[in-house]
Design a protein. Structure first.
Length: 435
């Protein structure tokens, strides 16, 4: 015990004696004063005072005890109030390579997981098409296994359901029905569709509302009942209208699987890293999963290290059809590719001058691509491979871009020092404070 601790301990001991004496004297003095005052009060006033005391006492005893608010956990187990414990994936393996394989095995959807998601999307498709009489196509996508507990599962759900609607036809067909809503325009049609879907699923099909986001693209997040195996579970699902990102992301994953299956595993690892490090919060200005997929693919194409490129350029009308297997005999391991991803963006890639363009599959200056940059504070340029010439990074805020570069440097430093995979994936403690 140091000097300060000893002095505080001795002071507390002597102060305890004084407090005990005061605790006895003060009630006695108060009782004597009250007794003296009551002796001079009329009987009717005395009864009123006693009745008021009894009423107040009964009210205090019946008042419900309000529990202290619990911290939101974003789908994780919460840290205790006494100790602020950061979370990390639980891995049984010891070496980095084995931990990578264990993480991939855990996050890759199994046949029963795919079947459960397919059944969910099929039932939602039936509800939206038949009960709402909506002329639409409903598709569902997921990068990883949505039934494995992971951070941000209820903030940025793994399952994305896209409702594709001809908005012009929908607006024309429903314009007469919306006479009471003069603000029903073509631009507000997606919100109108989302509201109708929300009302139907919540009232008739045991869905629970999680979040309703009005932004550039309206998103609805629901806790959906899913029959997974023999048990009924709830999994968070996000629903959007005419959102192309999940569809294009699925095509790029198919491109990776056909070209080099190890590339698809790398995309899955990068996606999980962004979730554990909480840098995939689209509403806060982070990169969406679709852009993270493009970053991982571009690294495999444009890195100038030995044994690269691992992937060819994304070409063709569908931007996903690969006619020959590009994998061959690749001597690189998945852990080496994963570490190289952070090294590439932390030390080699120049965000100020270069552009991420998987349709080219090589490094080039953004000026040569004639892309418009959002602003100087966010120099990141990512070309949409399905709409060449369009920069996808308008959604990224300057603050979150700075955080992104810091995360690349942190991960590269940890990988260079041979840190464990769990250390690389540690969930940031400040997320609990901000929630």
């Amino acid at each position: 015990m140091n000097l300060v601790d000893m002095s505080s301990a001795s002071t507390g001991k002597s102060f305890g004696k004084v407090s005990t004496v005061q605790a006895l004297i003060v009630p006695l003095l108060a009782c004597s004063v009250v007794t003296t005052l009551l002796a001079y009060l009329p009987s009717d006033i005395l009864l009123m005072v006693l009745a008021a005391i009894v009423a107040w006492h009964s009210y205090e005893t019946k008042k419900p005890n309000k529990k202290a608010p619990q911290p939101r956990t974003f789908g994780c187990k919460s840290a205790t109030s006494e100790t602020a414990v950061t979370l990390a994936p639980t891995l049984k393996s010891t070496t980095f390579d084995e931990q990578i394989e264990e993480m991939i095995t855990k996050m890759t959807p199994k046949s029963e997981d795919i079947e459960a998601v397919d059944n969910l999307v099929r039932s939602m498709h039936h509800t939206i098409i038949n009960e709402l009489s909506l002329d639409a196509a409903v598709c569902g996508f997921a990068y990883a296994n949505p039934f494995v507990e992971a951070p941000l599962a209820k903030v940025e759900p793994e399952i994305s359901v896209v409702v594709n609607v001809d908005l012009a036809r929908y607006h024309q067909a429903h314009k007469d029905k919306q006479n009471k809503q003069p603000d029903f325009t073509l631009e507000s049609a997606p919100k109108n569709i989302i509201r109708r879907i929300k009302k139907c699923l919540l009232s008739k099909h045991d869905f629970k509302l999680r979040r309703f986001i009005f932004a550039e693209s309206t998103r609805l997040m629901l806790n959906a009942p899913v029959l997974h195996g023999t048990a009924k579970q709830r999994v968070c699902v996000q629903i959007a209208v005419n959102n192309t990102f999940p569809i294009h992301g699925a095509k790029l994953m198919d491109f990776c699987t056909k070209s080099n299956p190890m590339a698809a595993d790398l995309v899955l690892l990068v996606q999980q890293w962004t979730r554990w490090r909480a840098i995939c919060l689209v509403d806060k200005g982070d990169l969406p999963p679709y852009i993270w997929t493009i970053l991982a693919i571009f690294y495999l194409q444009a890195n100038k290290a030995p044994h690269f490129p691992v992937l060819p350029a994304v070409e063709g009308e569908a931007r996903a059809n690969v006619h020959q297997n590009h994998a061959g005999e690749n001597p690189l391991t998945l852990s080496e590719l994963f570490k190289g991803f952070f090294k590439f963006y932390a030390r080699e890639f120049d965000f100020n001058t270069e552009v991420v363009a998987v349709s080219d599959g090589k490094r080039c200056k953004w000026k040569h691509k004639l892309l418009q940059r959002p602003h100087s504070d966010t120099p990141l340029c990512v070309e949409d491979p399905f709409q060449c010439g369009e920069n996808l990074t308008s959604c990224v805020s300057a603050q979150r871009f700075r955080l992104l570069t810091q995360e690349f440097s942190r991960a590269d430093t940890l990988c260079s020092s041979n840190a464990a995979l769990a250390t690389l994936f540690i969930f940031p403690e400040h997320i609990y404070e901000q929630s």
